[in-house]
Design a protein around this ligand. Sequence first.
Ligand SMILES: Cc1cc2nc3c(=O)[nH]c(=O)nc-3n(C[C@H](O)[C@H](O)[C@H](O)COP(=O)(O)O)c2cc1C
Length: 186
Amino acid sequence: MQTIDNFYLNATHMLLEPGPVVLVTTAYQGKYNIMALSFLTMLEQNQPFLLALVMGPWDYSYSALQKTGECVISIPTVDMASTVVEIGNCSGSDIDKFKKFNLTPLPAKEIKAPLISECLANIECQVTDTSLVKKYGLFILQTVNVWTDPDRKERRMLHHKGDGTFVVDGETINLKDKMVKWPEYL
Ligand SMILES: Cc1cc2nc3c(=O)[nH]c(=O)nc-3n(C[C@H](O)[C@H](O)[C@H](O)COP(=O)(O)O)c2cc1C
């Protein structure tokens, strides 16, 4: 082990960036949009299911989420990797990303933001707490509906390492017999 001299630059962020990378859709002023996002965490796994994400105020999606209080978290897979990066490198302020990237919006059940048909799963969310938005860009969301595509062949998700490189889901190991403290989750 050795210390990393320039850790203040990006080492912490690159070690801990959790993934999976997601796509966040919004519907604002009659326009659908999509952004790529990897600063995402679970907050509560019992009802109400809560998660938190961090968006920069420079993102068009930030204003859309702040104004509408709704978004869909769509989960792309490895076959969509280049599209995900390109979506995260342009702004919905001047383009229609559904059109540009040939993605299909589908109506959600509980909210106005659209699902992305090509994704593995879509999670409909409503903002429940904005108290840390101004300080950290941190939105707390409640899951209100979830969609998955059980027929989809490619199911490997992408995990951003923070610098444009990605780890792709690999082998699953089963250690359920050691999960004695949490039988309700097996
Ligand atoms: C892999 C990847 C992960 C990203 N993660 C985040 C993130 O967690 N939060 C954020 O604000 N922007 C993140 N971005 C940048 C936004 O996706 C980018 O600023 C995008 O252009 C915003 O789109 P919009 O202006 O249409 O909302 C990420 C980009 C990429 C490529």
